[in-house]
Design a protein around this ligand. Structure first.
Ligand code: SAM
Length: 327
């Protein structure tokens, strides 16, 4: 079992399988000039499987596949088939922009991979196009509805962006009210490949809540798992639920159970922390599984207590893009 230096149990890995994406969300990366990693700096599928086996042997029982856009990798389903057969891995989840998932929905269901987070920051097509700098709203919407109606456990991630999509907060709650889905509103974080720097945000979880409450005064707070990053609610009469994720306010660090491995193999123990070691290099240098385990133990044993403490020690935040970290 992985226990960090603040006595937090780590059982959840977020694994970025690529840094490439077919969208260009303006809060995540610049429109061009992005230094995507060369192919040989990304893990092969065999390496991803090996790494997963190693972390599962150390007590990780949940892996979220993220990126970049995971489905940009043509060999993604090969990895998912192998992970679905991995003993000890109880939960395989995916975070996706839902542009390319359509042809794989049936097989995902067969594999039992039903936890899918869909990123959707607007339901107004023009707003969607402006944020993502691409024109794929119709595909995303139809794949989202297909996932929900096929019985997947779907959560929508909506990043609240000042002056961009706040007019869609109430409409997305209205649009989804008859569906079994959770809409999670996230605070914007400063990982955008250097597009903009900020040290405060207007739309924090409290202002998002107040905004929603103005239109929907009858809101019930729901019980959430201890390690949940979202504070969850239900609006009276809605089948859907909604959540607020204080990703910038960082109120949930004390129960954080996550470890991240970036697309190029860096171990990241907190979104706001500097990478600890590069596992791709360690794996490729022909080291034993034990050396990989040691590096993971070392990283887990020297975690910052909070995202604020991590940020104090790291001045490279604004040049980072979530497309490499994986969210
Ligand atoms: N391509 C997939 C997707 O769109 O969900 C997975 C990768 S994406 C980097 C993972 C999550 O990070 C998405 O929900 C995205 O909205 C979020 N994200 C990216 N940049 C962010 C930022 N600057 N602040 C907050 N969330 C961000």
């Amino acid at each position: 079992m992985l226990i960090d230096n603040h006595n937090r149990k780590i059982n959840y890995l977020r694994l970025a399988v690529t840094d490439r994406c077919n969208l260009r969300c303006n809060y995540c990366m610049p429109s061009e000039g992005i230094n995507f990693a060369k192919n040989d700096k990304l893990f092969t599928i065999e390496e991803l499987v090996k790494l997963s086996e190693i972390v599962v042997s150390q007590g990780i029982d949940k892996i979220r596949i993220t990126g970049g856009e995971p489905f940009v990798r043509k060999d993604l389903m090969v990895l998912l088939r192998k992970l679905a057969a991995l003993n000890g891995l109880n939960d395989i989840s995916i975070t996706t922009n839902a542009t390319l998932i359509g042809p794989h929905i049936a097989e995902l269901k067969e594999l039992g991979i039903t936890n899918v987070n869909v990123s959707l920051d607007a339901i107004n097509k023009q707003t969607f196009n402006k944020i993502t700098r691409r024109d794929t709203y119709d595909t995303v919407h139809s794949n989202l509805i297909k996932l929900i109606t096929e019985g997947f456990n779907v959560r929508i991630n909506f990043i609240v962006l000042d002056n961009q999509n706040t007019e869609d907060i109430i409409p997305i709650l209205e649009l989804m009210k008859h569906y079994n889905v959770s809409i999670r509103f996230l605070e914007e974080m400063p990982f955008n490949g250097g597009s903009k720097e900020f040290s405060t945000i207007k739309w924090n979880y409290k202002s998002i809540f107040n905004h929603i409450k103005t239109t929907f005064p009858k809101i019930e707070k729901l019980e959430s798992p201890a390690t949940s990053t979202s504070i969850n609610y239900k609006i009276k009469g809605h089948k859907s639920t909604f959540g607020l994720i204080p990703s910038f306010s960082r109120t949930f660090c004390s129960s954080c159970n996550r470890l991240r491995i970036s697309a190029t193999g860096d171990i990241i123990t907190c979104l706001y922390a500097k990478p600890s070691a590069n596992l791709r290099a360690i794996l490729r240098e022909g080291n034993s599984d034990e050396s990989v385990k040691e590096q993971i133990l070392k990283a887990v044993g020297s975690r910052a207590k909070t995202g604020f403490e991590a940020q104090e020690k790291y001045d490279g935040i604004f040049s980072n893009s979530m497309t490499s970290i994986g969210g």
